[in-house]
Design a protein around this ligand. Structure first.
Ligand code: E4P
Length: 219
């Protein structure tokens, strides 16, 4: 399973990319606002940090404007990185029209705010490169998000649908394990959850006792 980082915090992306574990990045307007940097600042840096799909979201509501905005975003990215741009498009009828056009133009798309297998199927049919079902928000709403991932994976496997499934709105490390067990293509994970995935108290205790014992034998 590929691992994307779900943040626009450039320091976090830089640090965690240095561990050699990142395959891509997802952002959204809320994450950009939290980063405290301008959209252009983030675009200028983010592609240098991770060599993989970088999702950047449009905020227009009709298809023509979404396509125009997507082209503008691509044009702001240095040419050598443009192949890594994935335009995030909301799951609406206008969004589907935009996905169809962007697919014909060879621009990758990530259809976002997906909450059902039917939405994922429609996005894939329109030509989405990626679909992002938001499992944490489903859990918050009293519906088991991971079951939607199972349904989407089953449907995409049944028909060899090439669209990749990004498990999004990940809240804790168990979401990541379950995504990998189901066989999801990608999980996009916030930095604080990636940090929890690294840690185990027995690892820390083991290092401490090895260092203590090393003191006894080192001379
Ligand atoms: C995915 O691409 C989204 O940026 C993200 O996973 C949303 O997660 P949230 O529900 O924690 O806002």
């Amino acid at each position: 399973m590929k691992l994307f980082i779900d943040t626009a915090d450039l320091n976090e992306i830089k640090e965690i990319a240095s561990w050699g574990i990142l395959d891509g990045v997802t952002t959204n307007p809320t994450l950009l606002a939290k980063s405290g940097r301008s959209f252009q600042d983030v675009i200028d840096e983010i592609f240098k940090l991770v060599d993989g799909p970088i999702s950047l979201e449009v905020v227009s509501e009709n298809a023509d404007d979404m396509v125009r905005e997507a082209k503008q975003i691509v044009s702001k990215v240095p040419q050598k990185y443009q192949k890594n741009v994935a335009i995030k498009i909301p799951m609406t009828p206008e969004g589907l029209k935009a996905v169809k056009t962007l697919c014909k133009l060879g621009i990758q798309t990530n259809v976002t705010l997906i909450f059902s297998a039917n939405q994922a199927l429609l996005a894939a049919k329109a030509g989405a490169t990626f679909v992002s079902p938001f499992i944490g928000r489903l859990d918050d709403n009293g519906q088991e998000g991971m079951r939607v991932i199972e349904e989407i994976m089953e449907i995409f496997c049944n028909y060899d649908i090439p669209t990749e499934v990004i498990v999004a709105s990940v809240r804790h490390p168990i979401h990541v394990i379950e995504s990998a067990r189901i066989g999801a293509d990608i999980a996009t994970v916030p930095p604080e959850v990636i940090r929890k995935m690294v840690k185990h108290p027995l690892t820390d205790a083991g290092i401490k006792s090895f260092l203590k014992d090393w003191e006894k034998v080192k001379k």
